[in-house]
Design a protein around this ligand. Sequence first.
Ligand code: PCA
Length: 328
Amino acid sequence: MISVRLKSRLAAAAFGLGLATAPAAAFAETWDMPTPYPDGNFHTQTVRQFAEDVKAATGGKIQITVHSNGSLVKHPEIKRAVQSGQAQLGEVLISSWANEDPLFGLDSVPFLATNFDEAKKLYDVSRPALEKKLERQKLKLLYSIPWPPQGLYVKQEITSTDDLKGVKFRAYNPATTRIAELVGAVPTKIESAELAQAFGTGIVQAMITSAATGVDSKVWDFAKVYYDVQAWLPRNMVFVSQDVWSGLDDATKKAVQEAAAKAEERGWAGWRAKTAELNKTLADNAMKVLPPPAALKDGFAKVGATMTAEWTKAAGADGEAIIKAYKP
Ligand code: PCA
């Protein structure tokens, strides 16, 4: 693939030779943006609005082509694709990379931040560390938005985590894999794009995720009960390649950053407003939407305590400083 910088240099050369007629078009860059989630999902809608805002704010100089639902690059490859210059920017679920650095798993420590206000606080106190970490990986953080709180999908009502023993459990990041291990379930990593198929073919029987992903994958065809556990709010992040970023002039950088700030605000407010409605959609499709029974709640609380201790140990002094700032 021809690099963006080479492309703009060629465009500039063509312009210099008088080959181009419209200056705006001569300097236009097209950025490919792979994302993991489907078009109906609010994260994707926010990305598309961001792309439009960037185009408008840069006078058409930067045009972002959104490739949703893992269509251009599969979710596990998106970060690498942007780091290697195969794509200019992308969206991922941060905690999918928790094995690379505990910092990426912070938002998915069960019961550390369980509502939008707490999740925002956790983001605010950890954003500088996240930005620094990404910078070292040649990525520039543009914005980060949470999913709704995470709950448990099962085929029928259960009373405690003991009922999850031996159950084939869908995991989407290291934390959900670890939860499955701790309750004696059998984890399998499945991307949300493949979820309906995995349930349909019996590869998985239960999972923890949001009402949003339940609705995206029409989970009511496979599971009848949703326990609204509100265990954590994992976040997505949108980043751009540091190489691409440093090739931009200051006015363009400012325009992109302003569009990113707007996207972030829209994303947080939008998911807050949508969460009750998504739970209702599950109920409207004949699912039982229930609070977790006491023994289930207690079981998950124990899992949460174990995983908080594991995270703190893995994250060392940097992690401790973040937790102190979060819970002074
Ligand atoms: N949905 C994504 C990640 C978290 C969420 O709510 C998924 O299930 O893959």
